[in-house]
Design a protein around this ligand. Structure first.
Ligand code: NAD
Length: 468
């Protein structure tokens, strides 16, 4: 097997040959990636079921369709994205061609998390290929069957000179990170992100961080409880709450709480039946370690379990659970990342906004209300990676919207054109000829005030618009 350095060297050689630059090559590789997913859809769905009993329905939506949509969007828009972007000139540069050229960065590394093991490496890979880079992907070792399938399929479909998969966990990733990359795109926890940054700092490598945190859901004003409960339950328990954008905690008034809770109980029965453990539509916790972390967290909580609470270690099962907690509860101290929803009764929307703003900036923020005033106030007085009113998770399915965090929930973004930009260098280019030498000559010594005032006039941005 190739050593990690050999793999990086091989890809760097291919990048320097210029093979990834042409539009045709990018189209070809994106089409092959599409064919790979299409041809192996059944296997992909089966291995995701093997890893953590991911329902095929959920896997089709979140792992197959999300990636196919990214691919189709990139294939449809690539030509336009690659075009130079012309900018306005001033009087001194009137006859010059001034444009932004998107150039590939080189050899990039994509490190994935386990919860959507294909989407989290393939979606950024689509953007990196579209932008003309060579790519190494390092899927999460936790979703082991998915990681094996990815390592088997990529070399069968894509250029082995330009794309590679490195398997393994923390130690392998650390070894891989000793090499120089032109960009590192990391999805995972905030703790590991710090070591990624340390490794990147050695080579001054730019980094995109797609992290997590606690995503709040504020429910205020009048609200259609049945719809709110249904969308909240779906967004929370999709993938058994193991989504970076899953609602982590709810803030609402006592009156809303009293109406919401029975509605959520009813909807959980509609979705998963009387005994959710028997439902084929509820995913399992990915590993014993994560199961233990979640059940320990539940034990540490001083809150009241108001829905669910049952668990079965053998089956890595935790029932959809809702816990009524106080602000200082253990469940409010870390990202839950499982099928446990914390709910806090906070009478005023303003106080709820304060609670959100005292915590790290979230990856996603949700507000449920029938009132525009409530939705707009929450949007204006908070910040988050993404925002969605009256639903959860759905905002991340649109390739037109940037997906990423802010502050501790992540740096940078991707999806659609945003991913292409992440993996491109924007090179500012000015193509000058020899025109207007007299005017340009004003900058040369010997300097005088007259020259300075003419120069100021020619370079003024106020006159730029006249020359568009
Ligand atoms: P993780 O940080 O444990 O692992 C992520 C990746 O880093 C894996 O590939 C792993 O092998 C590697 N890794 C682990 N330890 C390492 C180390 N010491 N040095 C170098 N690499 C190391 O995260 P996870 O448990 O796979 O994912 C869960 C977290 O990811 C949650 O916080 C979740 O919110 C977040 N997440 C974010 C997004 C997003 O798009 N923003 C998506 C999914 C998950």
């Amino acid at each position: 097997m190739d050593s990690k350095k050999e793999i990086v060297d091989r890809l760097r050689l291919a990048f320097r040959s210029g093979i990834t630059i042409s539009k045709d090559f990018r189209y070809d590789q994106l089409s092959k990636l599409r064919a790979m997913i299409h041809d192996n859809e059944e296997d992909i769905l089966n291995i995701l079921h093997k890893d953590f009993a991911k329902p095929k329905f959920e896997a089709s939506l979140s792992e197959i369709e999300m990636v196919i949509n990214e691919l189709d969007y990139a294939i449809m828009n690539l030509q336009g994205w690659m075009e130079p972007e012309y900018v306005s000139t001033n009087l001194a540069t009137k006859f010059d061609n001034c444009f932004v050229r998107r150039e590939p960065l080189g050899v990039v590394l994509i490190i994935g998390a386990w919860n959507y093991p294909l989407q989290l490496v393939f979606s950024p890979m689509v953007a990196a290929i579209a932008a003309g880079n060579c790519v190494i992907i390092k899927p999460s070792e936790v979703s082991a069957a998915a990681a094996r399938l990815i390592a088997e399929l990529i070399p069968k479909y894509l250029s082995q000179d330009c794309y590679a998969v490195v398997s393994g966990g923390a130690e392998e990733t650390k070894a891989l990170l000793q090499n120089r990359f032109d960009h590192i795109f990391y999805t995972g926890s905030q703790i590991v992100a710090r070591s990624i940054l340390q490794a990147a700092s050695v080579h001054l490598t730019p980094v995109t961080l797609e992290l997590g945190g606690k995503c709040p859901c504020l429910i205020y004003g009048s609200v259609t409880i049945e719809y709110a409960a249904r969308r909240l339950v779906w967004a929370k328990f999709f993938n058994a709450g193991q989504s970076c954008v899953a609602p982590d905690y709810v803030l609402c008034s006592k009156a809303t709480y009293d109406a919401l809770l029975p509605a959520m109980s009813e909807i959980l029965k509609d979705f998963y039946g009387e005994d959710p453990q028997k439902s084929p539509d509820l995913c399992r916790i990915v590993s014993q370690q994560h199961w233990t972390r979640l059940t320990e967290l539940l034990k540490k909580s001083n809150g009241t379990v108001v829905i669910g609470g049952e668990s079965d270690q053998q089956d890595k099962y935790i029932a959809p659970t809702v816990v009524n907690v106080a602000e200082d509860d253990a469940l409010m101290k870390e990202e839950i990342f499982g099928p446990i929803l914390a709910i806090l009764i906070v009478e005023s929307m303003e106080k709820a906004i304060d609670i959100v703003n005292q915590m790290e900036k979230p990856l996603a923020l949700y507000v449920f209300s029938n009132e525009d005033f409530v939705i707009n106030t929450v949007m204006e007085k908070t910040t988050s990676g993404g925002f969605c009113s009256n639903d959860g998770i759905v905002h991340m399915t649109l390739p037109g919207l940037p997906f990423g965090g802010v502050g501790a929930s992540g740096w940078g973004s991707y999806h659609g054109r945003w991913g292409f930009e992440t993996f491109s260098h924007r090179r500012g280019c000015m193509m000058r000829g020899w025109a207007l030498e007299k005017l340009n000559g004003l900058r040369y010594p010997p300097y005088n005030d007259n020259k300075l005032s003419w120069l100021r006039w020619t370079a003024s941005v106020k006159r730029t618009c006249l020359l568009m």
